[in-house]
Design a protein around this ligand. Structure first.
Ligand code: XLS
Ligand code: CA
Ligand code: CA
Length: 439
């Protein structure tokens, strides 16, 4: 019999409703309950992030590992990777999530040589295939870790050395093969090292052209192997590099348009990266959605007092409500989902804390979904916005939007009509309405 890593959980986490006091039960997330036309599970498409949940050890810049993780015991690296994966699928099943996400180097250890690393990845892909089949858990997205190894210190596709570019390409080729073999529904590019520290040693234009070449190669290779998943870019302004090329959604979209890549990519918005870029989470989601490019979400939260990528589990109902409003309005995330790119705090050393963290995140988004659904149905906020712009639907406003008037006609209009009257934005009233719904 296979070893159990979470023996205290003997059945999947149940839904017990909002009056339950059981910390190991869902209060709002009722997988099969319908909200509008879809089940909660279909709306939310939750995924567990392998790197945080299975691989994180609690280390920070000032201290080493703190977590107690029985699957990460010493021994042969492949055995350890298999134990970790067995524990991962036990966790997914007991939690009741349908998806997971990984980097190549999360699921398989790097070898002494590149060829050995590829072999290790293949062994672990075969192991994952069996576990996916046994449990029904699916791969939301795969990606390659192009930031951990010291060879990528000066970037992967943006490296000044073409030899490193070639290595990154070879690694992504294998990560794409792995994602495809496991039926991954998306593939993410997050460019942690794709930026620069100083212009004293950097040719910015050249590096951006390199990065564009890299993405075109990825598109060509995906076509070649028949990979049907969605490509996603995950913006982040900085950390680890000072100037990251995919600073935020608007920057990433402009890059994709400039280099003729826009048709092949959507955006994976991470909440914590939004705040690092001095945006709100809902701003980033809205910019992506307005361009028809919101593909997936890394559902976490930052700490505004700390100012770095703390990757905490989402608990703020205002954030989850606003996020779900944007997602509902665009009719869902398609092949994307809500990936908990988050880790428990360094003092949360017990594997059971992983359950508490995910249950909290899932309930926070389930509540956000329920509240957003009611807000939309009642037009509680949208009716006001609709009315605020009504002057563009008739008269001079309609002519402005239809391109039928210019500055000359508008000067004539003002001379005839006089000064506009001001109207209140009613922000406090709207904040109160939102509070009335978040109950
Ligand atoms: C790091 C990123 C990373 C991506 C995947 O800040 O969030 O984990 O999601 O490479
Ligand atoms: Ca992320
Ligand atoms: Ca992050």
């Amino acid at each position: 019999m296979r070893k159990m890593y979470f023996p205290k959980i003997t059945a999947p986490i149940p839904f017990e409703g909002k009056d339950s006091k059981n910390p190991l039960a869902f209060k709002y997330y009722d997988k099969n309950a319908r909200v509008g036309r879809k089940t909660m599970a279909a709306h939310l498409r939750f995924a567990v992030a392998y790197w945080h949940t299975m691989m994180a050890d609690g280390a920070d810049m000032f201290g080493g590992a703190s977590y107690d993780r029985p699957w990460n015991a010493a021994g042969d690296p492949i055995d350890r990777a298999k134990h970790t994966m067995d524990a991962a699928f036990e966790f997914f099943q007991k939690l009741g999530v349908d998806y997971y996400c990984f980097h190549d180097r999360d699921i398989a250890p790097a070898g002494e040589t590149f060829a050995q690393s590829c072999k290790n990845l293949q062994i672990m892909v075969d192991h994952a295939k069996v576990l996916q089949k046994q449990t029904g858990v699916k791969l939301l997205w795969g990606t390659a870790n192009l930031f951990g190894h010291r060879i990528y210190t000066s970037g992967a596709s943006t490296n000044p050395d073409a030899h490193v570019f070639a290595l990154a390409a070879a690694q992504v080729k294998n990560a794409l093969d792995a994602t495809q073999a496991l039926g991954g529904e998306n593939y993410v590019f997050w460019g942690g090292r794709e930026g620069y520290e100083s212009l004293l040693n950097t040719d910015l234009k050249h590096e951006q052209e390199q990065m564009a070449r890299f993405f075109h190669m990825a598109v060509e290779y995906a076509k070649k192997i028949g990979f049907k998943g969605q490509f996603l870019i995950e913006p982040k302004p900085c950390e680890p590099t000072k100037h990251q090329y995919d600073f935020d959604t608007a920057t990433a979209l402009a890059f994709l348009r400039q280099y003729d890549l826009i048709d092949y990519f959507k955006i994976n918005v991470e909440a914590n990266h939004a705040t690092l870029a001095k945006h709100t989470f809902e701003h980033e989601l809205t910019v992506a959605s307005a361009a028809g490019k919101l593909g997936s979400v890394d559902a976490n939260r930052g700490d505004l007092l700390l100012g770095w990528d703390t990757d905490q589990f989402p608990t703020d109902l205002y954030n989850t409500t606003m996020a779900m409003m944007i997602i509902l309005k665009q009719n869902g995330l398609g092949s994307g989902g809500l990936n908990f790119d988050a880790h428990v705090r360094r003092s949360s050393i017990d594997p059971m804390d992983l359950f508490h963290a995910h249950i909290g995140g899932m309930d926070a988004f389930a509540r956000g979904l329920l509240i957003a659904h009611r807000l939309i149905q009642d037009k509680a906020l949208s009716a006001f916005i609709d009315k605020r712009y009504e002057s563009y639907r008739s008269g001079i406003g309609a002519k402005i939007m239809a391109g039928k008037v210019g500055f000359v006609e508008l000067e004539k209009y003002i001379l005839e009509q006089g000064m506009p009257t001001m109207k209140s934005g009613r922000l406090e009233m709207l904040e109160n309405i939102l509070n009335d719904y978040i109950r």
